[in-house]
Every structure is written in C-alpha cells, then in structure tokens.
Design a protein around this ligand. Structure first.
Ligand SMILES: [Fe+2]
Length: 304
C-alpha cells in the first residue's frame, strides 16, 4: 500500500508533452498529457466555472482545453481526477461528452463517497461504490495513453483517495505537494490525516531526483509568479514543510497547527457534492431544476 516501495520502474527516458492550463479563480492547474509517439492524450484535473453567488455554471476553462485538443488533432483517451477536489468543481463529464475518453480516479473514492454521502444526507440513489467513474485505480495500477504507460501511486492524507500519476519522466502529484515554497496541502478535511500525508510524501520523494513534478495548485506565495513544475530533488531539498529531512512528528505538529488557522475553501460545499458524483450535478428536483445543499454546521472538521 502507500507506505510500500514504488511498485514499478520509473521510465525517465520517456518524455510526455505536458500542456498546463491555470484557472485563476481557484488557483488550479489542469494538464493535457500527450504521447509524443501518437495522437493520444489525457486530461488531468479539469475545472468547471462556478459562480457561487449566482449559482451559474459555465465551461470557458474546459472549452480552452477542448479547443487545444481539437486544434492539434489529438485523441482524448483518459480524464483523470487526482482526488475529490474541495476547492473547484470538475469539468470531466463535460469534456468527456465532447471528446470521449474514460474517467478514472483512485478506488478509495468509495471511502470519500461514504463520508460525504453521510454529511450531505444523500439517499440510497447515491451509489458509494465508485460506479459513477469508468475506472477505479488501485495502488500500482497502470493504464495506457497511446504508447505511454501511466502508473498510479496511492498517496492519501490530504484525502483518502489521493493518487499520483507517474507518466514517463512526469508525475502529476495532485494535492500531495505544493511547490517547494508552498509546502504541502492541508490535511484537515473529513478523512484527511497529517501523519498519513507525511508518509505519502516520503514515498513520492523516493522517485528519482530528476522526475518532473506537476502541482495541482499554486498560490504564488510571497508575491511570486504562479508556477507549477518542480522536481523530486528540488522538493527533497527545498520544500518548506518536508525538505531538509523534516521529521514526521515535526511535520504533523506544523500541519495540524497550520490547518487550525485555515478557513474552508469557498467552493468546498458545491465541489464535494459534484466531485463525489464524478463531476455530475445531483439529480434534478421534481421541478426539473438542480439544487445543491448546504449542511448547517455539517462540515465540522475539529479533531478535538
Ligand atoms: Fe485538493
């Protein structure tokens, strides 16, 4: 499982093409990963535009990704969610409806669906078996993007279902790590755990030093420009939360203290309800319209 050695041989000579798309309202980076030897590609962590104040949704960001794929004549084979995001809504079903491809996430999604199925008081029609997705990845699974082989690593802690996808010399880390000057993602959402996150990060950092790492988020700490690419070696040496051989206990203390100071992400309530359904909106009400719930005092993440 997630504390075990990397269960595959990294292929550093295989160099996928990576195209990044930054979503400014949520500080999310989505990626197209393209096989250099064919037209095949995958989309990782796409974003739906959601204006909470008006309840309006749009797909301008997703349309930019779709246009890029269409203009280059690429073939979309996979839509990957690194985890159930709590800060933005996925656009994967929209992109899938335009371009095809299979939608995949880690198999621990079932744990996340159970947790949030209860928090949002979902009825029995909400399946908690991951069946809304086309493929549930286990730790050490692999799948193909044209001639590329993608490998999955279970990296829980931020949420139970986080996965890193390693494709040639590129690894898409989701919210396991931020850029070295950003540190790590919070571990206080329901099902999150700082100690588990530390262990997952340690496992990720056993990948070869020159492995390229692509973040899911960047907030431009200390006023620097937004960046999303690092390497394992940079993270080992310079990450402000886990670099320089930070101990597990020190990390846990820092992470838990810091998480107590963070307010909930603006879009956590709509994001969870949509993303636990693989990016689908909840079923329409008897008036044919779609609604989201707000559980009053329902997201209490205090561990006291
Ligand atoms: Fe996240």
């Amino acid at each position: 499982m997630y504390t075990q050695p990397i269960p595959f041989e990294p292929e550093l000579t295989v160099k996928p093409e990576v195209v990044a798309f930054f979503d400014e309202p949520t500080n999310t980076i989505s990626y197209i990963v393209k096989d250099p030897n064919s037209d095949a590609c995958a989309v990782i962590d796409s974003v739906m535009d959601f204006d909470y104040a008006s309840g309006n949704i749009a797909y301008d960001g997703a349309d930019r990704i779709i246009l890029h794929i269409q203009e280059h004549g690429w073939v979309l084979q996979w839509l990957i969610e690194t985890h159930v995001h709590a800060d933005h809504l996925s656009a994967a079903p929209y992109i899938q409806s335009k371009l095809g491809g299979k939608l995949g996430i880690g198999d621990q999604i079932c744990v996340v669906q159970d947790t949030f199925g209860k928090i949002f008081n979902e009825g029995t029609e909400f399946q908690r078996d991951g069946s809304q997705f086309d493929r549930l990845f286990k730790d050490g699974d692999s799948y193909r993007i044209g001639t590329l082989t993608a490998h999955t690593l279970l990296t829980p802690g931020h949420t139970p279902a986080d996965m890193v996808h390693v494709i040639g010399n590129a690894a898409f880390v989701g919210d396991t790590l931020f850029m070295p000057d950003g540190g790590s993602a919070r571990a206080d959402f329901p099902g999150g755990d700082a100690r588990t996150l530390y262990q997952s990060i340690q496992r990720l950092l056993t990948l070869p030093g020159e492995m390229r790492l692509f973040m899911c988020h960047d907030y431009g700490p200390n006023g620097r420009d937004i960046r999303w690419e690092s390497t394992v070696a940079e993270q080992r040496h310079h990450n402000i939360h886990v670099g320089h051989g930070t101990s597990e206990d020190d990390f846990v203390k820092m992470r838990e203290n810091r998480d107590k100071t963070l307010s909930m992400p603006n879009l956590i309530i709509p994001s969870l309800q949509v993303n636990m359904r693989a990016g689908q909106l909840p079923p329409a009400g008897d008036d044919g319209k779609t609604y989201l719930k707000v559980p009053i005092n329902g997201l209490n993440t205090s561990k006291e």
